[in-house]
Design a protein around this ligand. Structure first.
Ligand SMILES: [Zn+2]
Length: 124
């Protein structure tokens, strides 16, 4: 099951807040929690987004995503194999099992059907 379809992203945000910012406060008051969010979490997140935008830093999943994309590009699709699955490149949906197992919702059918080399793949 893809990670994006679970509550794991929300749980990950709460884990970051719990272990990185309020580790000294087990059960902070609401005003203290708000202060932590406004004065620590949001500026750090803003800095991280600026680094991503200026390409000085990349998310932890970036290299794995690129590797999965390259693997999908370099995989051969057998003749009429793509007829077995419903492939919708506009909504980025495929009915093959690999699509549902991929955490990035990638499969060889979608990548081959789209037939592009996105600019973001050139970024190291
Ligand atoms: Zn597929």
């Amino acid at each position: 099951m893809p990670l994006a379809r679970t509550t794991i992203i929300t749980e990950s945000h709460w884990r970051v807040l719990k272990y990185n910012y309020k580790y000294n406060y087990n059960q902070p008051c609401l005003d203290q929690l708000t202060q932590i969010l406004v004065e620590q979490l949001v500026p750090d997140f803003d800095l991280k987004m600026t680094q991503y935008h200026t390409k000085h830093s990349f998310p932890a999943w970036w290299q794995t995503f690129k590797k999965d994309w390259d693997k999908a590009v370099n995989t051969n699709i057998e003749f009429a194999m793509d007829k077995r699955h419903h492939i919708d490149t506009i909504n980025w949906i495929c009915s093959c099992p690999a699509y549902f197992c991929s955490p990035y919702l990638l499969c060889k059918h979608l990548v081959a059907k789209k037939n592009i080399s996105p600019a973001f793949m050139e970024i190291k």
